[in-house]
Design a protein around this ligand. Structure first.
Ligand code: PPS
Length: 569
């Protein structure tokens, strides 16, 4: 089984040209398509043989066959459509038979695609067939509807190079390299394990049991390609995987990273994962509970049954060149102080489980994670990435009219936090930003949006690195505020404070004389006078500087931050 053959017995595909120099020169005159992260992952697996027997993107007939019947034109099983999606505009520049250059985000040429087919995608039909639902609450479907381009291209690939990685190089093996490594180690039976999560004790139980049951070596083969929002980043996960290898019998287990972009398509995805693992040289593949299942719909209904993936793969097991090892959920039984398959538990036993949401809550609150759930090394790694709230970064975002008191409050808050010490605090006041970051911008909607996006970018970086950003622009538009809230909440806290001082009071104060100038028409597009201000709908705090002194307002903010857990007063 260690010969370099693909999942269906052919030669493992290698799509790289022997001498890239000539091709690279020709690419200069071709239309260029910048590959998204997902597309780059697909191209890599098409080129390195991970998607064998596929050697390029599917044409329409192949795509239709795969979407509707999970089969390639030659009858072989293949459950996932693999096409290159491009924009309408880009599609105007191509024709059948033409060649395009595929580049990565840094502009590095990766491959040439010779187009043999292109067509308008039917995303709804694809969602129904591949995901079994058209609900955008399914993360894979949401990606299809919101992030997948409308025109699909099919054609053959000629690869210049595989994408370059600088992280965990010693753990990145192509199918060819991994098979050679198995051969080198004398591993003739290898059971593969797929994961996109940090591995805790239950995962260890499943994998160790599987390896023992089928008398095989174990390959931990986590996906590290484009992941979905909210997943633990692969850097953290890989450090976790590295730390648990020592819990397996010595020299029994290997870790290798798979640059796959998951679709979260449950049963179909499980089948696809099995075929890919055979290409990577595994003889067996583990399918556990809810394999590749997305998070459930908002009302809690899961998109697939917990064992749907096992059922589908079992149905086709005779057609696969890899053997499937299925496992029920492993649960911790308190009385026995051990993990056992849920199917072997009795109703009088206490079963302990900890959901991902509960784990996140405990990490955020700095609470204990029980020993039965995970390993200390894994929890240490997770705590480094997800520190408790009071150690996380956050952004305090003041918004309100000119003269509302934003800068005064921002400065006072800055001083109070600096007085307490122990945190790095950055003040991004409206005027400071305009002077340093956005000096060329005016006050049109377009320019104001760019200004706020820049503030958002800087605040996101500060928040990500566990600092505190205090921003105080007018930020008059709801949609822009919302966009940066979403961006910042991915990496830490976002506390919006609406400084609701009325236009009349701001105008009376008129500290900088700008309102008089605006009324006289000397300043155009002035917020509140000749330009809109959209009042925030649900800020974390609303502060009225008309009824309180600045010191009182700052106390209110500090108490709110403490209440939310971001600081400890
Ligand atoms: S925005 O809309 O968020 O990009 O505005 P911001 O960067 O906060 O800049 C507001 C400061 O610029 C001065 N200024 C104006 N404000 C509003 N509208 C117009 N047309 C305008 N022209 C100049 C004003 O001093 C604002 O400062 P603050 O601190 O808000 O009073």
């Amino acid at each position: 089984m260690n010969k370099l053959i693909d999942a269906y017995g052919g030669k493992l595909h290698n799509g790289l040209v022997a001498d890239p120099t000539v091709l690279q020169r020709q690419m200069l005159t071709m239309p260029q398509w910048t590959l998204s992260q997902r597309q780059l992952c697909d191209v890599e697996l098409l080129l390195n043989g991970g998607f064998s027997p596929l050697t390029g993107f599917m044409d329409q007939a192949t795509y239709d066959g795969v979407v509707n019947t999970m089969r390639l034109p030659n009858g072989l099983l293949w459950p996932m459509p693999i096409v290159l999606d491009v924009s309408e505009d880009f599609a105007e520049s191509i024709s059948q038979g033409s060649q395009i250059s595929l580049i990565d985000e840094e502009g590095l040429p990766i491959a040439v695609l010779t187009i043999n087919d292109y067509w308008r995608a039917d995303h709804q039909h694809e969602a129904e067939q591949v995901y079994g639902t058209t609900s955008k609450e399914h993360r894979g479907v949401q990606y299809l509807y919101d992030k997948t381009n409308p025109v699909y291209l099919g054609g053959e690939l000629q690869g210049l190079r595989l994408p370059i990685y600088h992280d965990f190089r010693q753990l990145r093996f192509t199918p060819d390299e991994l098979r050679r490594e198995f051969q080198h180690l004398g591993w003739y039976k290898v059971v593969g394990f797929q994961t996109r999560n940090p591995m805790h004790r239950a995962y260890h139980e499943v994998t160790a049991h599987a390896a023992k049951d089928v008398e095989a070596n174990l390959l931990i083969h986590p996906v590290v390609g484009a992941t979905m929002n909210g997943d633990v980043d692969h850097y953290t996960r890989v450090r976790c995987y590295k730390s648990i290898i020592k819990y397996y019998p010595e020299q029994s287990t290997m870790l290798s990273l798979l640059p796959l972009a998951m679709r979260m398509a449950g049963p179909r995805e499980a089948l696809w994962h099995a075929i890919i693992r055979q290409n990577y040289g595994c003889s067996h593949f583990i399918i556990g509970r809810d394999h590749a299942g997305p998070s459930p719909a908002k009302d809690g209904t899961p998109f697939y049954g917990p064992y749907d993936a096992q059922e589908l793969v079992n149905q086709y097991r005779n057609e696969l060149g890899i053997q499937i090892v299925t496992y029920p959920e492993m649960v911790y039984v308190e009385e026995k102080a051990e993990y056992i398959p849920v199917t072997e538990t009795t109703s009088d036993q206490h079963l302990l489980r900890l959901s991902g949401t509960e784990l996140r809550r405990r990490l955020k609150a700095g609470l204990d994670v029980p020993k039965w759930f995970s390993y200390p090394e894994v929890i240490t790694e997770l705590r480094r990435t997800f520190p408790p709230r009071y150690q996380q970064g956050f952004t305090v975002f003041f918004t309100g009219l000119s003269g509302a008191g934003k800068s005064t409050l921002a400065k006072a808050l800055y001083s109070k936090l600096m007085e307490t010490g122990g945190r790095s605090v950055t003040l991004l006041d409206g005027d400071i930003v305009r002077h340093n970051l956005s000096s060329e911008l005016g006050f049109s909607k377009h320019d104001r949006d760019i200004n706020i996006q820049r503030i958002g970018f800087v605040a996101t970086e500060i928040t990500k690195h566990h600092g505190i950003a205090i921003c105080a622009p007018i930020a008059p538009y709801h949609s822009t505020r919302h966009a940066i809230r979403e961006q910042i909440q991915e990496v830490g806290g976002f506390i919006e404070i609406y400084v609701s001082t009325s236009l009349e009071v701001c105008e009376q104060r008129d500290r900088k004389g700008l309102y008089s100038k605006a009324r006289a028409g000397i300043i155009k597009d002035f917020t509140g006078v000749s330009d809109p201000y959209e009042v925030p709908e649900a800020p974390e705090l609303e502060i009225d500087t008309q009824t309180k002194l600045p010191d009182e307002c700052v106390q209110e903010i500090l108490l709110k931050l403490e209440h939310l857990g971001y600081i400890r007063v």
